[in-house]
Ligand binder design. Structure first.
Ligand code: FEO
Ligand code: CA
Ligand code: CA
Ligand code: CA
Length: 600
């Protein structure tokens, strides 16, 4: 009813109740459509989706698998058309069991592997507003549409480019890499490019020797065969044969979606780790500062401060200059200190006596250009083995830093710490004030305020904004908002802001018995902490890439039907095409039936 639809501006909708329905459930009064889904032809000449007869060539011209991060960039000057934008999506990974009938995980065929190579990477597809509502639909064969795959040529740039640590037998220059994969979340820059985090890249490499390479061990590159067995079809995935190819993955990729012929660049100045995302904020004098998380239990939070100023305008010279902004600057890692006595942090999530999990922090510099700040490590080593640099300087071991997003309104930075079920286990670090629960199943969101709101500051204040879980669980916290008035939430992953300054949070791995979903929460005012669920996704899916525009919400429904034992023959979800069809990851847009803006 009307009472429930009240809330902060932008969040006035009736919350969706937790559920396990095999569909995208949205609030009353809203509608949805599918913008684009796995296999839709987007390039000229690409055939219609025919999943039983899929080929690598067809897939390379079609929308990829497992859409995660989404970005929308303006596209102006297309005469006579409805509002058009450029949609950029990450295609994080493939679910072969759900793509290939009779798939044998021990013996993938070359064709299956090459289809998977073509289904990974990035997708660029122009979208336009529907004729009758604010939903979006893909424009196939647009000249800006593009697929980036595991075999697309890319360049390594910045201070570690060309380093002997980045050379392979196929590339003695240490600058030319093929492809990107495991792209999780990302960011959109104010100069009109997109950033893409290479996250679980380690899982694609096989046959590491941990005794010989402690760095491979620290990065989780496995000793035996890889899950997808790509090493059988391209030796660069076999560490025993090509020990440094893995050094060329685990970066942030920058893409210029306005230039379909541009070479994507891997930015070594931003360090190498399991990059979840990368979202810039500009300093007052126009330099980008990029916040980044390393999504691993007990890994770190980072920022990069560029030494160069962005140029305004769309001239060729300005665009070329702006494509160098992320190559020069300083990379930092975060150390957080609580302000309550350690004895008051008992690992249960009980608030300390000062009523808040909060404290101060420092950004510890790791390297500036070719100069290392870490004793015993060269700058090249800092960039390529950034995790080890963080270890050396005593960075704070966090509960899996996922997406990190500065508020465009306030400059405060929000860090999704998704969970950490190893916290407090024997031999593992126990709770601290920023990561206050042992065996942390539900995660938390940290709010960071740079000193004097200067993104280049080397000190900051922080507090936990949300401690996720069932609001009935005393070990939860919603910025002090009454807990009988908020939605349950578990495992925050991606975060985004709307124009009102509300934070939107999507989840991955809900531990409360409901499907994953998307939530909005006010970050300021008297409703700060009032969390409301906007949608839920189908069986087995994760909610990704939320984008909140004035009149629409976009989500990427990733890995629908990904459940134990699911196969093409026995799917456990019928989304989106109905029973008897293969499940298909897809992008969904949601709008209001009455034509008004979201949540007003
Ligand atoms: Fe791909 Fe960290 O989520
Ligand atoms: Ca405190
Ligand atoms: Ca994620
Ligand atoms: Ca995740």
């Amino acid at each position: 009813g009307r009472g429930k639809a009240q809330g902060a501006k932008g969040l006035r909708f009736t919350p969706v109740a937790p559920n396990k329905d095999d569909k995208v459930t949205i609030p009353d009064g809203y509608e949805q459509n599918i913008v684009v889904k796995w296999g839709d032809p987007i390039l000229r000449g690409a055939p219609a989706f025919d999943p039983e007869n899929q080929t690598a060539k067809a897939q390379a011209g079609q929308f990829g698998y497992n859409n995660d991060f989404l970005s929308l960039l303006p596209l102006r000057g297309e005469f006579g058309s409805r509002e058009r934008q450029i949609l950029v999506a990450n295609h994080e990974y493939t679910d072969e069991n759900l793509m290939f009938r009779g798939y044998d995980p021990e013996n993938p065929t070359r064709e299956q592997v090459e289809i998977a190579w073509a289904a990974h990477g990035l997708g660029v597809v122009v979208v336009e507003e529907n004729r009758r509502n604010a939903g979006l639909t893909a424009v196939p064969r647009h000249h800006l549409n593009r697929r980036i795959t595991v075999t697309t040529p890319m360049r390594l740039t910045g201070p570690a480019a060309g380093s002997k640590l980045l050379r392979t037998s196929a590339d003695p220059t240490g600058t030319k890499v093929f492809g990107t994969f495991a792209n999780c979340a990302g960011g959109t820059t104010p100069w009109g490019t997109t950033l893409h985090g290479e996250e679980n890249f380690n899982g694609y490499f096989a046959n590491a020797d941990h005794a010989k390479s402690p760095t491979d061990k620290r990065y989780g590159i496995q000793k035996g065969a890889s899950e997808r067995k790509w090493e059988r079809f391209d030796k660069r995935f076999d560490v025993a044969q090509e020990p440094q190819e893995s050094h060329r993955h685990g970066w942030v990729v920058e893409l210029d979606p306005y230039d379909p012929d541009s070479t994507p660049r891997k930015r070594t100045a931003l360090g190498r780790f399991k990059h979840e995302a990368a979202q810039p904020r500009l300093t007052d004098d126009g330099r980008p500062v990029v916040y980044m998380g390393d999504d691993e239990r007990f890994d770190y939070l980072y920022k990069f401060v560029s030494s160069k100023r962005m140029r305004r305008g769309n001239s060729r010279a300005a665009r070329e200059h702006n494509l160098t902004l992320l190559d020069e600057g300083t990379l930092y890692v975060a150390k957080l200190t609580g302000d309550s006595p350690a004895a008051e942090i008992d690992g249960t999530g009980k608030l300390p006596n000062d009523g808040e999990f909060d404290g101060s922090g420092t950004w510890i510099p790791l390297a500036t250009g070719k100069k290392s700040h870490v004793p015993g490590m060269t700058a090249e080593e800092v960039y390529v083995f950034t995790r080890l640099a963080g270890d050396k300087v005593g960075a704070t071991k966090m509960d899996r830093p996922e997406d990190v997003e500065p508020s465009p309104r306030t400059g405060r930075v929000y860090v999704a710490l998704t969970n950490n079920t190893d916290r407090g286990k024997p031999g593992k670090p126990g709770a601290d004030e920023a990561n206050p629960r042992n065996l942390n199943k539900h995660g938390q969101i940290l709010e960071l305020a740079e000193r004097r709101n200067d993104p280049t500051a080397t000190t900051f204040a922080w507090r936990l904004f949300l401690v996720a879980g069932d609001p009935k669980d005393p070990a939860t916290y919603f910025a002090g908002f009454p807990k009988d008035k908020v939605s349950p939430i578990s495992c925050p992953d991606n975060v985004a802001f709307d124009a009102h300054g509300n934070l939107w949070i999507s989840t991955d791995g809900n531990q409360l018995g409901s499907h994953d979903g998307l939530f909005g929460v006010a970050t300021a005012g008297e409703r700060r902490g009032e969390l409301k669920q906007f949608l839920t996704v189908p069986r087995g899916a994760e909610t990704c890439g939320p984008l909140i525009q004035d009149s629409r919400v976009l989500v990427a429904v990733q890995h629908p039907g990904e459940l134990d034992g699911a196969t093409v023959e026995k799917p456990l979800s019928a989304w989106p095409d109905g029973p008897g069809r293969m499940v298909r990851p897809a992008v969904v847009s949601v709008w209001r039936k009455d034509g008004r803006d979201i949540g007003v």
